[in-house]
Design a protein around this ligand. Sequence first.
Ligand code: ADP
Length: 493
Amino acid sequence: MRTWKEFLREANYIDGQWVAARSGETVAITNPSTGEKLGTVPHSGTAEARQAIEAASKCFESWGKTTAQERSKLIRALADAALANRDALAELLTREQGKPLAEARGEITIAAGYLHWFAEEATRVYGDIIPSPWPGRRLLVTKEPVGVVGAITPWNFPSSMLARKFGPALAAGCTVVAKPAPQTPYSALAWAVLAEEVGFPAGVINIVTGDAQQIGGELTSSPLVSKITFTGSTPVGKLLMKQAADTVKKVSLELGGNAPFLVFDDADIDSAVEGAIAAKFRNAGQTCVCTNRFYVQAGVYDHFVEKFSAAVAALKVGSPLEAGVVQGPLVDDRAVQKVEELVADAKANGGNVTVGGYRHDLGLSYFQPTVIVDANHSMRMSKEEIFGPVAAIYSFEREDEAIRIVNDTPFGLAAYFYSQDLGRVMRVSERLKYGIVAINEGIVTTEFAPFGGVKESGIGSEGSKYGIQDYLNLKYICLGGLSDAPASVGAAR
Ligand code: ADP
C-alpha cells in the first residue's frame, strides 16, 4: 500500500520530465488543518509555460493521430491507477486542501469516474454523412481534436476538476498544459505521477505551478494553444476570455454561482433538511454549487429553521483526518476573513445568527457552521458567493415571487428546490434560469450528466456525452468530381 508522501512531487512536469523553475524559486504549501508546511513547488512563469506548450504542441502531432482505442486504454489505466491508490491520493488531497477524508475519497472516486466515462466516449466520436444537395458530390462531417488545451483549475476540487478536463481532452486526442491552484498543486501533480506510471507519452500531460498571471497569460496568448478550459471565479474567467480573444481560442468556463435552495409549503421537511445540509456544508461550503441562499415558504419557515438549525449545530468540526468529522478548516485565512466580513455585514443588516457565527476554537482557518435567519436582500451575501459554512435563510410567500427573486442574479449555475406537487415541480424547474436544477436532492453531480452554468456562471458543459464536444472541431469534407452514372462497359475498357 503506497502512502500519500509517495505522490508528493515538488516539481513541474514538462515533456515527461520533473523540472524546477528556471529561477530556482519555490513557494511553500501549507496544510490548512495544522498550519504545517507540506513542502514546496516551483514558482514558474512565462518561460516554463512556453516550454510546456511547445512540448504539448510537438506531442500533439503524434498523440492526435493515435487510435481512439489506444487513448481509451491509457485513460482507463489512469483511472484504475487512481482508484488503486485512492486512500493515499485522498490523504494527500485532505492534507493540502482541508476537506474531510471521506469527502476526499469521494473526490478521487468521481475523478476516476470522469476518466472512465471519457475512456468510453473516446471510442464514440462519430461523424455524419449528409445527403448531398448536388449530384456527383458526397458531404462528410468528421470530428478532430482541437489541439493543445490550457487547463486552469481551482483549489476546492483539486483532483476531480482536473480529471474532468483531462478526460475529454485526452479522449478527443488533445494534449494538455495544466496550471493548478496555488493552494493545492500536489493533487494535480499526482495525476502526472500516475500518467507517467501507466505509460502516457511525454508531452501529453504537462503541469506547471507558479505565477498565475504569467502562466495564464502565456496559455491565453500563445498561438500554439487552441482552447482554454477554466474552473474558478467569474472575474478571472472573464479576464481569461478577454485574453483568449486575440487568438480566437475556444473557451470553456465553469464559474461562480449564487445557488438558491427553495423549500415550498408542500415539501417533505425532513428530506429538505437532509438535502440542505449536503448542499450547503459539503467541503465546508466551498463549492460553486453550494447553496448560497435558502428561500423557505412562510407556512413551513419556522419548522424548517428549527430542524435545520438543530442539524447544523450537530455537525462535527475537527481535523479532517479524524473519523466522523464532517467539516475541516477553510482553505486559507483569506477565505475565513471573507466569511467573517459577510457575517458581520448580515448582522448589521438585520440578520440573526441562530447557530455559530464565529471562528472556531480550533483556530487557524476553522469556522463554525453557521445559520442566519431573517435574511434579506440588503445583505452582501444575497448577491456574493459566501464560499463558507454559512447558511442564510430568507422567507417568501408566493411561488411567483420566489422564482422572480431567485432568477434575479447574473449567475445561473445550480438551483435546488423541494416540493411534492408534480405540477409545481415541472413548472418551477422549467422557469429556473439555471444550468443545473436539483429537485428533492441535495447533491446531483455525476460524470453521467452535463455540468455547466448559464449567464455569468459559464460556457459549456463538463461530463456526459456532451462534455467531449468542446474539445473537438467539426470538419466538413466535400468530396466532389464523382461520377454518379455507372461507367459503361465500353468506357471501362
Ligand atoms: P479563488 O479566488 O477561489 O482562488 P480564482 O478564480 O482566483 O478563484 O482561482 C482559480 C484558478 O485561477 C487558480 O488556479 C488561480 O491560480 C487561477 N488564476 C487566478 N488569477 C489568474 C490569472 N490572472 N490568470 C490565470 N489564472 C489565474
